[in-house]
Design a protein around this ligand. Structure first.
Ligand code: COA
Length: 311
């Protein structure tokens, strides 16, 4: 099948870390509450002069370097985000300009909240197939801090800022499966784009949704591909909550080590969380060429998506 192979990754983070104790300056909370309910220990929040597109551009440059691909070889650029600094132009256009990509390629943003990176990657594949290209630059970039009400302890402790970027190659024999889902009737995570409409969330209902969406997506990918979970090297879920990942592990009956986790250090970075994880995994040598990876994203919409590729 014409599938995507992951050939380069990069990430970018704001300068300033806020650990759980630092969050007590904003709301009545504690390290004990946040750690025990979510597994989160710290997050990055942007400061003066740091923009979502700045993070996206830095992550993208690193991904191109890592892939050994020149900007002019990129055949489409997609940015998954809910927190760009402009509605027009799209963040993809800002990245396009900063990187000096070719003028004859599609560039656009994808809005599917925390599932956005996988929606964008699948769309990149479709564009490459339709137009005969070979390399796609797909970025997830967020400044969730812009969407949060810093006086709402139900949300502000859960999210963070950051960006991850991937270069994918479309290859004729590469394995590839993807699944998608949406429940537009369940707008239980909502907010933005202005600070007057900060993000609000029904936490427990989102939790119940997530622990169903992950196993369902994993099982659907396995069924379509004819593979077993034993044949999969890694499952990389959207990094929202340690307890969501733990519950999914239990439901699927797999070793917990198969699920990559880094939410303790970044909190929930929405569309950036999966590419951030992929970059860390490649950098540390945990994800090497040829490994089979399942990724699952889920979030506001409600939307969810699963994808199986080989690195
Ligand atoms: N610090 C201290 N107490 C807090 C708090 C905080 N940051 N946030 C909420 N609380 C309080 C609540 O007010 C509530 O108090 P009450 O019992 O006096 O009313 C209490 O903690 C328990 O809240 P509850 O909602 O029962 O906690 P929980 O165990 O369900 O955990 C979440 C809450 C939000 C962590 C959990 O539901 C969750 O992770 N949901 C998924 C959210 C998510 O990941 N969304 C993004 C998906 S992309």
């Amino acid at each position: 099948m014409n599938g995507l192979r992951l050939i380069g990754t990069g990430r970018a983070l704001p300068a300033k870390i806020y650990d759980n104790d630092a969050m007590t300056a904003f709301v009545d909370t504690s390290d004990e509450w946040i750690t025990s309910r979510t597994g989160i220990r710290q997050r990055y929040f942007s400061g003066e002069g740091e923009t979502t597109s700045g993070l996206a551009i830095e992550a993208a440059k690193k991904a191109l370097d890592n892939a050994g691909i020149a900007p002019e070889q990129i055949d489409c650029v997609l940015v998954a985000t809910s927190s760009g600094e402009t509605v027009m132009p799209s963040m993809a256009c800002i990245v396009h300009h900063a990187l000096g990509l070719r003028a004859d390629i599609p560039a656009m943003d994808v809005g599917a909240a925390c599932a956005g990176f996988l929606y964008a990657a699948d769309m990149a594949r479709a564009l490459l197939l339709a137009h005969g290209g070979h390399y796609a630059l797909v970025i997830g970039a967020e400044q969730m801090s812009k969407l949060l009400d810093m006086s709402d302890r139900n949300t502000c402790v859960l999210f963070g800022d950051g960006a991850g970027a991937c270069v994918f190659a479309l290859e004729p024999d590469a394995e590839y499966e993807s699944v998608f889902g949406v429940r537009g009737d369940m707008a239980i995570v909502a907010g933005g784009p202005r600070r007057e409409q900060p993000m609000a969330m029904e936490g427990q209902a989102v939790f119940r949704f997530a622990v169903t969406a992950i196993p369902q997506s994993v099982n659907a990918l396995l069924e379509r591909s004819g593979k077993t979970l034993e044949e999969v090297d890694w499952v990389v879920c959207h990094q929202a909550n340690q307890r969501i990942i733990d519950a999914s592990v239990r439901r699927l009956g797999v070793p917990a080590e198969k699920f990559y986790k880094n939410l303790d250090r970044y909190a929930n970075t929405s569309a950036a969380s999966i590419p951030l994880a992929l970059d860390e995994m490649r950098e540390s040598g945990k994800l090497t060429s040829g490994m089979r990876v399942i990724m699952v994203g889920f979030g506001a919409g409600l939307t969810w998506a699963g994808m199986m590729i080989r690195a």
